[in-house]
Design a protein around this ligand. Sequence first.
Ligand SMILES: *[C@@H]1O[C@H](CO)[C@@H](O)[C@H](O)[C@H]1NC(C)=O
Ligand SMILES: *[C@@H]1O[C@H](CO)[C@@H](O)[C@H](O)[C@H]1NC(C)=O
Ligand SMILES: *[C@@H]1O[C@H](CO)[C@@H](O)[C@H](O)[C@H]1NC(C)=O
Ligand SMILES: *[C@@H]1O[C@H](CO)[C@@H](O)[C@H](O)[C@H]1NC(C)=O
Ligand SMILES: *[C@@H]1O[C@H](CO)[C@@H](O)[C@H](O)[C@H]1NC(C)=O
Ligand SMILES: *[C@@H]1O[C@H](CO)[C@@H](O)[C@H](O)[C@H]1NC(C)=O
Ligand SMILES: *[C@@H]1O[C@H](CO)[C@@H](O)[C@H](O)[C@H]1NC(C)=O
Ligand SMILES: *[C@@H]1O[C@H](CO)[C@@H](O)[C@H](O)[C@H]1NC(C)=O
Length: 540
Amino acid sequence: MKTIWFLPLVFLYFGLFSFGYCKNVSARPAVVNVGALFTLDSTIGRVAKIAIEEAVKDVNSNSSILHGTKLNITMQSSNCSGFIGMVEALRFMETDIVAIIGPQCSTVAHIVSYVSNELQVPLLSFGVTDPTLSSLQYPFFVRTTQSDSFQMTAVAEMVSYYGWKAVSVIFVDNEYGRNGVSALNDKLAERRCRISYKSGIPPESGVNTGYVMDLLVKVALMESRVIVLHVSPSLGFQVFSVAKYLGMMGNGYVWIATDWLAYMLDSASLPSDTLESMQGVLVLRQHIPESDRKKNFLSRWKNLTGGSLGMNSYGLYAYDSVWLLAHAIESFFNQGGKISFSNDSRLKTMEGGNLHLGAMSIFDDGMLLLGNILQSNLVGLTGPLKFNSDRSLIHAAYDIINVIGTGFRMIGYWSNYSGLSKEPPETLYAQPFNRSSTIQHLHSVIWPGETLSKPRGWVFPNNGKLLKIGVPNRASYREFVSKVRGSDMFQGFCIDVFTAAVNLLPYAVPYQFVAFGDGHKNPSYTQLVDSITTGVSTTL
Ligand SMILES: *[C@@H]1O[C@H](CO)[C@@H](O)[C@H](O)[C@H]1NC(C)=O
Ligand SMILES: *[C@@H]1O[C@H](CO)[C@@H](O)[C@H](O)[C@H]1NC(C)=O
Ligand SMILES: *[C@@H]1O[C@H](CO)[C@@H](O)[C@H](O)[C@H]1NC(C)=O
Ligand SMILES: *[C@@H]1O[C@H](CO)[C@@H](O)[C@H](O)[C@H]1NC(C)=O
Ligand SMILES: *[C@@H]1O[C@H](CO)[C@@H](O)[C@H](O)[C@H]1NC(C)=O
Ligand SMILES: *[C@@H]1O[C@H](CO)[C@@H](O)[C@H](O)[C@H]1NC(C)=O
Ligand SMILES: *[C@@H]1O[C@H](CO)[C@@H](O)[C@H](O)[C@H]1NC(C)=O
Ligand SMILES: *[C@@H]1O[C@H](CO)[C@@H](O)[C@H](O)[C@H]1NC(C)=O
């Protein structure tokens, strides 16, 4: 008797369960509108466009995610202009989108972030590396790539590893450039190194060669021979070409280029004279771990593009951003999130003119979607997609490459966990945390001028203030110190010890010997010390 009673109960239970599930699923809309904002007319943009389209195709054809709801993605090109970016973002907001994949440029990101904050539409930026966008001011900005805060830590650790103390920086004078350099400054200071000279280049395309030449001549007059180049690709190639002409790509110089050069090496086929002008340069590249998933996608990519456009890290992050968003939308629906919009009362009062501000609306559950994005926990082409409490992707890491011949060599890696290493960081995550400098290693570098010996990193500057060294012009014990007759030079044991000591310093100390005394009778040391302390220099 008892078993007869049990069965209907079980059916009833399952009936309720599947009814609830169906209702939840059928409450989902047929399409979800998503915007994509980037610069189609750029290397990153060309790669990202195809990657995003492929990702949307993959998501929409996969029945185990979004259960019938399709992503409807609309792309706009912002051309890295803050103004156009803002206008495009405002136009998007009239079309009831729930998120924007992008933007690609820091300048656009700063402006669009205000719009997305106000209208509660998350930005998933696969291209913006400006560290200041991680700030609390921009809660709806989510970076789905690596922040330059990590890249600059990698640069600072390299500078410190090679024993250099000061660097010159050439940067593009916009948000991307300035904020990157500011991060570098902090990271160098933590390692008792510094930026001794910095020079900005205007961001407009088509800076004339004379301008770049003047700038590089000033850099060459400085003591540091370590130059960090944090610019856009077109400016970077121009700098290398002029530097080559000025003899600044030769022996003694060190050039460290940030990852603008890496994605150009990956995606563009560079002319041989461009490659020729940057031999020996060190380059950072966002590290994407090897995996079957990545390998398969790269072969699919080759098929897709016929090998004409190489994949780069930003393209992989763009692809992953779409999947990350799809998973977040899936969770959003599972939590009962609804795609609804309401008018912004603040904008209503500004109605007028032809701007149609009233058409822009607030995504009511934007906060819920943002929360789901930040809670992501999946594996993509770029590895684990998961955010730290500071909203950066876990496992920030870079490849360090050395431009040689018509290609480049890998000389090592940097990761936030393991620092500099010859082994890929994934192999080190399992090992205990140890940042001891004794275990930091890189493979040898072929430096500019095709030399294997590490450049000293500094020279005596041509423009520096000289340190005046008072030297007694003695008449006796001349083997210790004496003036070479008929010249301004000095010789002797004390001079040798002094110059040897100065040469051991890891930075330049420009100095000048100044004779004290007439050379016929020994000068008074008391008088010499007095004239230094009082600053009265008759002979000095
Ligand atoms: C479909 O999506 C699920 C969930 O993300 C994933 O595990 C699976 O690999 C996808 N299938 C295909 C063919 O991409
Ligand atoms: C997709 O988005 C575009 C632009 O917002 C819109 O015109 C179009 O109607 C949308 N498609 C669907 C199926 O909703
Ligand atoms: C984008 O900028 C380039 C040059 O910087 C210009 O030639 C092109 O017309 C611009 N495109 C748009 C849509 O503004
Ligand atoms: C490459 O493309 C061809 C046809 O265009 C197709 O038959 C083949 O399966 C593709 N291979 C891969 C790995 O996608
Ligand atoms: C959808 O199901 C979840 C539990 O899975 C529930 O919390 C939520 O209220 C349901 N939403 C709707 C619209 O029924
Ligand atoms: C929002 O404003 C637009 C135009 O200003 C209007 O057509 C629409 O009905 C308003 N929607 C709501 C929900 O108030
Ligand atoms: C980087 O390292 C610092 C210190 O070890 C840690 O606090 C932070 O969470 C790490 N960040 C990432 C992205 O791994
Ligand atoms: C880190 O590695 C060095 C060199 O192998 C070793 O001497 C040191 O004890 C290690 N430190 C920790 C905290 O494991």
